[in-house]
Design a protein around this ligand. Structure first.
Ligand code: GTP
Ligand code: ZN
Length: 205
């Protein structure tokens, strides 16, 4: 439970989450509101499936990035240059419409003695992705979690994503991409390091 409180200062920790039955009832209300009959054969199991899917899609609320980032390695022969994991695919949901956000994250850091297991970087992207988000918040959260736990010389995060709330409804702009970046440490203060990150992300496609 500690892990949740650290990364998710939410009402649910205070008030307790609704039960599975309450969540399924809420889906039945939405089905009726949309104009369908939750009792018809094709929809009878849908509330259970939706709640199960939500459990998976929003599983990031029950995980703490610092638990994942705690495992580091020091034996890297003095390696202290950029480590970049790029094109990490992710799915999230925008906090305004609860519609999917689909994209890729590029995450780099400049080690200071210690390095992370590469898979842990992708795990952190998933932890923050599997919550209701804005792209800006998610970008800053990934950078902040790595900066605080690993204390490297710098962190750079770029996210490129398409927001279904802009594609499937509202302004209806399919295919538009939103880019966000967060830089800390040397990536923020040193234009050359920032440029190197950009060219590594863009350069070898
Ligand atoms: N900055 C930011 N905005 C987002 C993100 N995801 C969705 N939005 C925007 O959130 C805004 C919400 O605007 P509102 O006017 O309150 O809601 P709306 O009437 O549904 O807006 P429209 O999408 O323009 O129809 C919209 O402009 C969305 O495009 C995000 O990750 N970051
Ligand atoms: Zn939205």
């Amino acid at each position: 439970m500690d892990a949740i409180v650290k990364n998710f200062p939410s009402q649910t920790d205070v008030d307790g989450r609704p039960s599975q039955k309450e969540a399924e009832d809420a889906v039945r209300v939405l089905l009726r509101w949309a104009g369908d009959d939750p009792q018809r054969e094709g929809l009878i199991d849908t509330p259970t499936r939706v709640v199960k899917a939500y459990k998976e899609l929003f599983s990031g609320y029950d995980l703490a990035a610092e638990d994942v980032l705690g495992r580091t390695f020091e034996e890297v022969a003095g390696f202290d240059d950029i480590v970049l994991v790029k094109d990490i695919p992710f799915h999230s949901h925008c906090e305004h419409h609860m519609l999917p956000v689909v994209g890729h994250a590029h995450v780099a850091y400049l080690p200071e003695g210690r390095v992370l297991g590469l898979s842990k970087i992708a795990r952190v992207v998933d932890i923050f992705g599997r919550r209701l988000q804005t792209q800006e918040t998610m970008t800053a959260q990934i950078a902040g979690a790595i900066a605080e736990t690993l204390r490297p010389r710098g962190v750079a995060v770029m996210i490129e994503a398409e927001h279904m709330c802009m594609a499937m409804r509202g302004v209806l702009k399919q295919g538009s991409t939103t880019l966000t970046t967060t830089f800390t440490g040397a990536f923020k203060t040193d234009a050359a390091e920032q440029a190197r990150f950009m060219s590594m992300v863009r350069g070898f496609r």
